[in-house]
Design a protein around this ligand. Structure first.
Ligand SMILES: [Zn+2]
Length: 209
């Protein structure tokens, strides 16, 4: 199974490491410095290696991470919530860091997944060029599609360095996005219970989508 969001991660013709390093030298010259200066000599290779880490998510399939589920839930049918999953991502508009946390809740139906898998799922989407709204939707929709629970809720709170260190320079601001599916969308009591567990009240102020 795949969807448009995952196809966005389809590898395009990848430049060589040397080409990538040359591009970094170009950006250093664009910033106004000399890439041949001693302190900058190893910078292009360091930047390119950092990119391997920052953008590792393009090399993983999110559905694979959730492939192993557990059906022996002992009749447990209450909400499962994992909150404060810290992530680092990069905005696709400025390639500037986005740092924040993801809160995930779901109401299982037969299948549950190990909690470390939820954290890995977040990382696969975070370690790509992102828009926070899209990342929120992608995490929720993948959980819904693979686990087929009775409902999924995803809330992301994050600070965008393209807003805090440049442009409008508004440090301390954070963007909150959410996606509610199934019972979380249809049942206000379920949604309230989840948001209450996050200390977000009734969710007013969160961009419910
Ligand atoms: Zn940005």
């Amino acid at each position: 199974m795949s969807n448009n969001h995952e196809e966005a991660g389809t590898p395009v013709a990848r430049p060589t490491r040397e080409e990538a390093e040359e591009a970094v030298r170009t950006l250093i010259r664009w910033a106004g410095d000399d890439p041949a200066r001693e302190g900058l000599l190893d910078t292009p290779s360091r930047v390119v290696r950092s990119y391997d880490e920052f953008f590792a998510g393009y090399r993983s399939d999110p559905a694979d991470i959730l492939a192993r589920t557990f059906s022996e839930v002992g009749g447990y049918d209450e909400m499962i919530v994992m909150n404060d999953i810290r992530f680092e991502s990069h905005c696709e508009h400025h390639m500037a860091p986005i740092i924040g946390k993801v809160h995930i809740g779901y109401l299982p139906d037969q299948r549950v997944v190990g909690i470390s898998k939820l954290a890995r799922l977040v990382d696969v989407f975070a370690k790509r060029l992102q828009i926070q709204e899209k990342m929120t939707t992608d995490i929720a929709d993948t959980l819904q599609r693979v686990l087929q629970p009775r409902g999924v809720a995803v809330v992301i709170e994050a600070s965008h360095q393209c807003m805090t260190t440049r442009g409008v320079h508004k440090p301390g601001t954070s963007l909150v996005t959410s996606r509610m599916l199934g019972a979380f969308r249809e049942n206000p009591a379920t949604r309230r219970e989840f948001l209450g567990m996050l200390g977000l009240g009734d969710g007013r102020g969160a961009a419910n989508r």
